[in-house]
Design a binder for this molecule. Structure first.
Ligand code: B12
Ligand code: SF4
Length: 591
């Protein structure tokens, strides 16, 4: 029996012949990570779907369309483990079939997901199926060294295939090898980076997307690479400093097809730095055309650098193209830290003007801020967060702990210096201290990081930022605040790894952590679930009060008016009737 709720299945090739000829069952699995108690990090709903999963899915569809595998009937199953159950039973069943090659691909595996990916790889190898692992941990680890470290060699010894680099031009060949049962232990395409101009566009299936808050959400990496040289960054050493990009016409065709087929018009452009793509103007102009001439109401968020607002026409074109939010790598308010990290392009004195430039175009600003640069002290960090909040005034900030990720210059420098780094890769998720800090104990550093979220996201800040906005942007920011408050207050995790309502599968626990009996597990979970439910209720009440202040609704109300008020809030927060004010709001607005 296929675990239909856990995976996406669909047939490529000729399913009618599948029983007679050979078949390949391809499982594309994006692993999650373990929490500190050894439980899988999984949620009922999440926010941002994986672009890597979408990319490999699209590449596989393309391989099937081109008939690269001859008469092998190919069936693809998708699973994002952060929101879906692993299709383990299906893999086990299919692995017993003689006419079937089962291939498990662990995709987009980051360093913090590598321990989980390793456990899965061994589990599936024990069933005799082919296993491949790719993504930033393998690519980053091998980017700055010629030696294959022991933990990767151990996987190869277990028959696992490692894939370094991007596979747009090699995926068909790898799958052909898999079909022939002759997978190599290692594939490397980093010296020959693929041309992206006409590469298949990332595409997820609605059955995966239904596990996410926005079901009509698309991801596109319009380009890859970045010309800058930040020392904590892995991207430049994996995807390169010469930017490659997709054709504007290819992006446009995919957006039109997505809109026609599924109504998708909400996008995340995952490029690390969209502003440095040589193709940004052509892409934005095409999006403007789609919005203004074709009528597709595209909305997207993108990542840009702190100088992007100086590019002629960039901000204005972004606005017209439907950009609703920019994520900017601000990283620090301390110029010495920026110089040390080779992030000289960031000018602290320009931060305020930068935020204003984006706000003037009605685009929300979200900055990334790193805590734990060597110059940081508890006092300086608190001061800087205060300045960020009161003077620079972005709408949102995401805090990270400085982490030497494999593939970054920082990681190589620490390795060469023989500095002790945490051996548990599961902790390389940017919110665990994995090295010593020169001026703080690790516990102090972590506490500082946690406090930064609380110091920044106060009701005053949220009220102030929401007050400056109207219409759709205010709703978007309100929803973002809900996500961030839920993550940091209720789920107690980094928002970018967190969805809504935590799941903790009892039996699938990290090796070394005992599987609890049902009763013991229930004793653990019942208070946790209660805490979550009351936590969500509290966050919603707090946000509702802020929202009511922002809408300037009158203070004393009847029960009916209170209910109406909640209805209006829920409509905005959860998306229905968002633009239609309730009678009480109209009354309040006109006071
Ligand atoms: C977008 C993004 C996110 C989004 C993810 C949602 C989304 N829409 O995808 C969000 C904001 C949620 C996010 C969060 C995090 N991210 Co992030 N993210 C990225 C980013 C910018 C783009 C990812 C992407 O789409 N790349 C394009 C795809 C196509 O490239 P790719 O993943 O390398 O895949 C190609 C190849 O590697 C290969 N491949 C990959 N897997 C496999 C498997 C097989 C079998 C094969 C054959 C090939 C193959 O084929 C693909 C096509 O060529 C990358 C940087 C980057 N440029 O990749 C960072 C990056 C992946 N993230 C990173 C980190 C650290 C995180 C967080 C831990 C940090 C945080 N606190 O936010 C969390 C973890 C969340 C999670 N659960 O995964 C690091 C990982 C480094 C590392 N060694 O671990 C990166 C590299 C950025 C960095 N700081 O250096 N991220
Ligand atoms: S600007 Fe961003 S993507 Fe570019 S090198 Fe620096 S951290 Fe990496």
């Amino acid at each position: 029996m296929m675990a239909r709720n856990a995976t996406l299945e669909h047939s490529h090739g000729r399913p009618d012949r599948a029983g007679a000829g050979r078949r390949m069952e391809l499982f594309l699995i994006k692993p999650t990570k373990y929490d500190d108690d050894g439980y899988l990090l999984r949620h009922v709903r999440s926010v941002l779907p994986s672009n890597t999963l979408a990319t490999l899915h699209a590449l596989t569809e393309d391989v099937a369309r081109r008939g690269v595998l001859g008469d092998v009937a190919l069936r693809t199953h998708l699973c994002d483990e952060s929101v879906q159950r692993l299709p383990e039973r299906a893999i086990r069943t299919l692995a017993r079939r003689r006419d079937t090659v089962v291939v498990v691909c662990l995709v987009g595996v980051q360093t913090s997901q590598f321990p989980r990916a390793t456990d899965l790889a061994h589990r599936f190898r024990a069933l005799g199926v082919a296993v491949l692992i790719g993504g930033f941990h393998v690519s980053g680890t091998l980017a700055l060294t010629d030696e294959i470290p022991a933990h990767l060699q151990a996987l190869q010894a277990a028959g696992v295939t490692l894939v370094k680099g991007e596979v747009e031009e090699t995926w068909g060949g790898i799958l052909r090898d898999a079909a022939a049962g002759s997978l190599a232990p290692f594939y490397d395409s980093t010296d020959d980076k693929p041309d992206l101009s006409q590469a298949p566009m990332p595409r997820l299936h609605p059955r995966v997307l239904r596990h996410f808050v926005y079901r009509h959400f698309g991801t596109v990496d319009a380009g890859r690479g970045c010309p800058f040289t930040c020392s904590f960054c892995t991207i430049i050493n994996v995807q390169g400093r010469t930017m490659r990009f997709r054709d504007a016409t290819a992006i446009s065709a995919a957006i039109q097809a997505n809109y026609r087929d599924t109504g998708t018009h909400h996008y995340f452009f995952t490029d690390d730095n969209f502003a440095r793509s040589r193709n940004w103007r052509a892409i934005l102009e095409e999006l403007v055309r789609l919005r203004e001439a074709v009528g597709i109401p595209i909305r997207f968020l993108m990542q840009v650098d702190a100088l992007a607002h100086h590019l002629p026409d960039f901000v204005e074109l972004a606005r017209r193209a439907g950009c609703f939010q920019v994520f900017i790598g601000m990283e620090s308010l301390n110029p010495e830290s920026l110089i040390d990290a080779h992030k000289r392009q960031n000018r602290v004195s320009d931060y305020g003007a930068m935020i204003e430039a984006w706000h003037a175009a009605d685009i929300l600003t979200h900055v990334g801020y790193i805590i734990g640069f060597p110059h940081d002290t508890p006092d300086s960090v608190r001061d800087n967060v205060r300045t960020l909040k009161e003077v620079v005034r972005p709408d949102l900030a995401a805090f990270f702990m400085l982490t030497p990720l494999p593939g970054s210059a920082d990681h190589r420098a620490l390795l060469r210096a023989g500095t002790a780094m945490d051996p548990d890769q599961n902790r390389y998720d940017t919110f665990h201290p994995v090295v010593d800090h020169p001026r703080m104990a690790r516990s102090e550093w972590f506490a500082l990081y946690r406090d930064a979220w609380r110091q920044f996201y106060t009701p005053d800040l949220m009220r102030r930022q929401l007050q400056q906005l109207g219409g759709r942007q205010r709703i978007t920011l309100l929803q973002m605040y809900f996500w961030y408050m839920a993550a940091t207050v209720v789920e107690d995790y980094h928002p970018m790894l967190t969805g809504f309502f935590r799941r903790k599968p009892r039996r699938d626990r990290r090796p070394g952590h005992a599987v609890e009996g049902r009763v013991r597990h229930a004793r653990r979970r019942i208070p946790e679930i209660w805490q979550q439910v009351s936590g969500y209720a509290q966050v919603l009440c707090d946000l509702q009060r802020i929202w009511a202040d922002v809408r300037r609704t009158p203070g004393t109300r009847t029960t009916y008016e209170r209910l109406q008020l909640w209805r209006g809030f829920a409509a905005e927060m959860f998306g229905r009737g968002a633009e239609e004010p309730t009678p009480i709001e109209v009354q309040a607005e006109s006071v």
